[in-house]
Design a binder for this molecule. Structure first.
Ligand code: ATP
Length: 328
């Protein structure tokens, strides 16, 4: 067991996600509960290098649980990728007598934490915050549930237009390497086809399937496409391809984009953030480090940070099968 933890710093890093504020609130309040001082670091690792710190008390996180984004701001820091940058960051932490760090972010942010720990033996705990849900060791990352619902509601609205005009809509959702949002929002919104990076459906099969649903009496259709799908075509090229082969359809494209990252977090994300923040502080106080707190079978569990970075969180293949059956 290391030295007693008296002051904990918290920061958000990488892409923002709904629920980050709720997690900051939880870390700050848990620190107050355990009579441990708490410092907020602005703009992730860049703020750590620049000493952009603020003392936080239980009252400094009033009224933020429902807000999207992050009050501590987020950033990507090239300087932290250098030894000199990390040295500056360490000196700032030492000067402020900070002896533990909670990083809320994705696998890049966790990699920064692991590197920092290996150089300075500085205690680090990670909280997974990204809408993509692509982190090993947790069934849900912070923000994923909110993003899913945002995407699903947007697709519902697009369906109103699609069915009024007998149109075929291609809707692109976020997910460069993972199809969690596409698959789940697609099934939830009753999409006719779902294209995810993990599976290459093949253009011919997609066409056949759309033709089949047309023959079965459907006059409009929605195809949900994850950003990183493996067809080799972007969403506009996919739409052109289908329009050329199915001239009976008017084809339209809608790219949902960054709206999926914003908005008030869902109840699920707020509760998850509250649970993970408390556990992160408790782990640090118990002398633990290099762990990520996550959710498995609805229990808060720890995973080695390195394992969380290297491991693969796979989409539910059974849900792909269900999606196929639903398009009958
Ligand atoms: P997102 O899921 O939104 O991409 P992320 O946490 O994976 O979030 P990154 O941009 O990959 O976001 O990483 C955030 C920051 O973590 C980087 O800007 C950098 O400062 C730090 N970081 C990432 N990899 C390393 C590394 N190998 N060494 C040191 N720092 C790193």
């Amino acid at each position: 067991m290391g030295k007693k933890i008296k002051k904990i710093a918290v920061m958000t890093s990488g892409g923002d996600s709904p629920g980050m504020n709720a997690a900051i609130r939880s870390v700050v309040r848990a620190c107050a509960y355990y009579r441990t001082e708490c410092v907020g670091i602005y703009r992730g690792y860049q703020g750590m290098i620049e000493g952009d710190f603020i003392n936080m008390s239980a009252r400094s996180v009033n009224n933020i649980i429902h807000k999207g984004g992050t009050i501590l701001k987020s950033a990507r820091s090239k300087e932290f990728m250098t030894k000199e940058g990390r040295q500056k960051a360490y000196e700032n932490l030492k000067e402020h007598e900070i002896d533990g760090l909670v990083v809320i972010g994705g696998d890049g942010s966790f990699t920064g934490g692991v590197v920092f720990n290996s150089e300075y033996n500085f205690p680090v705990i990670g909280i997974p915050g990204t809408i993509d849900n692509d982190i090993y060791g947790t069934s849900h990352t912070l923000g994923y549930d909110t993003a899913l619902n945002t995407a699903m509601e947007a697709i519902d609205k697009i369906r109103d237009t699609a069915s009024s005009h007998n149109r075929l809509f291609f809707v692109e959702v976020m997910g460069r390497d993972a199809g969690f949002i596409a698959l789940n929002a697609g099934v939830g919104a009753g999409a006719e086809e779902i294209l995810v990076p993990e599976e290459d459906l093949g253009l011919e099969r997609m066409l056949e399937s759309l033709q089949k649903s047309r023959r079965s009496g459907k006059s409009s259709s929605i195809v949900v496409v994850a950003e990183g799908d493996k067809s080799g075509k972007n969403v506009y090229q996919l739409a052109n391809y289908v329009e050329e082969n199915m001239p009976e359809y008017e084809v339209r494209v809608s790219v949902l984009g960054h709206m999926q990252r914003g908005g008030s977090p869902s109840c699920f994300d707020r509760v998850l953030a509250s649970r993970l923040g408390v556990k992160a502080v408790e782990f640090l106080i118990d002398g633990k480090s290099n762990l990520m707190v996550g959710l498995q079978d609805n229990k808060v569990v720890a995973t080695d940070l390195e394992k969380a970075i290297k491991g693969q969180h796979s989409i539910d293949k059974e849900l792909l099968r269900v999606s196929d059956i639903m398009t009958t």
